[in-house]
Write a protein that binds this ligand. Structure first.
Ligand code: C2E
Ligand code: CA
Ligand code: CA
Length: 547
């Protein structure tokens, strides 16, 4: 402890007084206790009495950080100062480390996302909407497979090398950061025109494509990038970063290896997808599924020959929705199996209403998506449920050719399983799938349902007519009945009636799908029977001149 203001050494009793006063003034707590714990002495700091005349500084002592507190006190007319030094090297180191960890990525030594966000916010400065800069989000195209194939340590070395290249290719006022994983970001301080900003990012991507030599192997990578500009795309730092990342996601999906400028229309699309996903998940959670039924009509006699169950669900606004192209989407989200089982339960629960509306014991076509048909576990669960319902003999499972041909399992395992419990199998959308007519012979089906595209305007399309004739004779050779779907006009029906031996058809001409079910769910249409009855009245479908 240095004493700054002595005028030569004091005498010994003075010295004792001085030390006494110094300890009292000491800026750190001093307490003396007897062996029994009795407090013999405490300086004011120990009693938390603040001394206003204090100085605090941190210094380096022998390479370690120290905190020095200094207090001034008076003895008679003389002023003295007393200092206490505390070693804070460990705390300092910890603090530094925490700072480093928050602001820098340990692997690449690049600034972190937190640092980058703060830097971007600073660039926007006090004049939001004025600052011109760009944010680029950069991600490698298939980095996971690098880690998988070469191992993590090679992956890490590659990222460190990538960071070096990113760091090298930026300007003095730019900031490069690692956002975690294989994602990097660059803040371009003076981007110039959008095309110029993009060109700079393209050059960086080209640099990232140069071969990397790591652990004795040469590895080629490719990266994509998304770029958002201030103030064009957003005026907030967080918004800009989010938009650059949205553009990156878009690039990764459709423009691998390229840089893309943020495009609001695409973001809208992604938003719409997210909204539909949410809507679907909620519908599954709340079991808001119902069936619509569309008759299969024997138009030679004007009678309903069967029905097809079509999925409908109510969205949050209570509007009934049909699947359209959402089936593949639901399959990808992993929701389709549950949706299918929910629809099946709804069909069973509506069976009495269905019979009342369309007539008793009609066979029900039930759709299973191609991807589901190859999922043996799901198909087994579905067959079990079908069997347990005791109504399996009333169901025909409609599957596309893709399902039947792609999944060899289906022919070997699923098809026999369904047959055993009494269900039938129909090939849906026939003619547009993968099979050539010759492979049809390998498929064991109870019904062939010719795709709508063959039926549209068939009366004036000789090519479709020829194909339909070929499908028909093949069906006859196999002993499998052929039906058609998508009959919309009287001309189409007349062609079928006069130029084919087909008996059964489905389509808007007879009836659109009719919502039906328990009134507590989607509210079945009580007029269904009436509507359908009128639509397929024999006078309308059999009368040759009734076009
Ligand atoms: P799909 O199996 O070919 O079903 C027939 C679709 O064509 C239905 O549309 C139906 O409303 C429509 N349609 C019927 N007649 C006509 C017509 O004359 N003209 C026109 N333009 N269209 C007609 P929906 O209900 O929108 O279903 C579309 C597709 O969604 C279905 O095509 C099917 O592939 C799938 N789908 C529907 N329900 C289910 C289901 O429960 N499970 C599975 N896996 N897929 C389903
Ligand atoms: Ca179908
Ligand atoms: Ca179909």
């Amino acid at each position: 402890m240095a004493n700054e203001t002595t005028d030569g050494p004091p005498r010994s009793d003075d010295r004792a007084r001085l030390v006494d006063q110094a300890v009292a003034a000491l800026p750190i707590a001093v307490e003396i206790r007897a062996a029994d714990g009795a407090r013999l002495y405490a300086n004011p700091a120990a009693d938390a009495a603040a001394d206003p005349k204090r100085r605090r500084e941190t210094v380096s002592r022998g390479g370690r950080a120290a905190l020095i507190e200094t207090a001034v006190f008076w003895l008679g007319a003389d002023s003295y100062s007393v200092s206490a030094a505390v070693d804070i090297d460990d705390e300092r180191r910890l603090q530094d480390e925490l700072f480093q960890r928050a602001y820098f990525d340990p692997l690449t030594k690049l600034p972190s996302r937190v640092f980058f966000e703060e830097a971007a916010a600073r660039s926007l400065g006090g004049a939001p909407g004025q600052a011109r800069f760009a944010v680029a989000a950069i991600g490698f195209d298939q980095f996971d497979s690098v880690n998988e194939f070469y191992g993590r340590s090679v992956g890490d070395a590659l990222l460190a090398e990538a960071a070096r290249r990113v760091g090298e290719s930026i300007g003095g006022d730019d900031v490069a950061a690692r956002f975690g994983g294989d994602q990097f970001a660059v803040l371009i301080a003076e981007p110039g025109e959008p095309a110029a900003a993009l060109a700079r990012i393209e050059r960086l991507l080209a640099r990232l494509r140069d071969p990397c030599h790591v652990a004795g192997v040469e590895i080629l990578l490719s990266a994509s990038a998304g770029v958002a500009l201030s103030p064009t795309h957003d005026v907030a730092a967080s918004g800009l970063i989010a938009k650059a990342e949205a553009a990156l996601a878009q690039a990764k999906r459709r423009y691998r290896g390229q840089g893309r400028l943020y495009d609001p229309a695409i973001a809208q699309h992604a938003l719409e997808h997210a909204r539909i996903e949410q809507s679907l998940r909620l519908a599954v959670r709340d079991r808001r599924f119902a069936c619509a039924l569309q008759p299969k009509v024997d138009f030679r006699v004007g009678k309903i020959a069967g029905l097809e169950v079509l999925m409908r669900w109510r969205d949050e606004n209570g509007d009934a929705r049909s699947p359209g192209d959402l089936i593949a989407f639901a399959v990808n989200l992993g929701l389709m199996n549950e949706m299918t089982l929910l629809l099946f339960e709804e069909t069973l629960a509506s069976l009495d209403a269905i019979d009342a509306a369309f007539g008793p014991d009609l066979r029900l076509g039930f759709n299973i998506a191609a991807q589901q048909a190859g999922d043996i576990r799901f198909m087994r669960a579905f067959a079990d449920r079908l069997s347990a319902s005791g109504k399996a003999q009333r169901f025909t499972i409609e599957l596309t050719e893709e399902a039947l041909l792609r999944a060899a399992q289906f022919q070997l395992q699923v098809s026999p399983m369904l047959r055993e419990i009494g269900a039938k199998i129909s090939i849906d959308d026939f003619g547009v799938g993968y099979s050539s007519l010759s492979t049809l012979a390998e498929i064991d089906a109870d019904e062939i349902k010719v795709d709508r595209s063959f039926i549209t305007a068939i009366h004036e399309r000789p090519r479709s007519q020829g194909l339909l004739r070929a499908i028909e004779s093949l069906g006859e050779a196999l002993g499998t009945p052929v039906m058609v779907e998508g009959v919309e006009t009287k001309d189409e029906l007349a062609y079928l009636r006069d130029h084919t031996r087909i008996r059964v058809a489905q389509g808007y001409l007879f009836s659109k799908p009719v919502m039906i079910g328990r009134s507590d769910n989607l509210g079945g249409d009580p007029a269904a029977a009436h509507i359908v009855g009128r639509a397929i009245a024999p006078s309308r479908v059999v009368d040759r001149r009734g076009r």
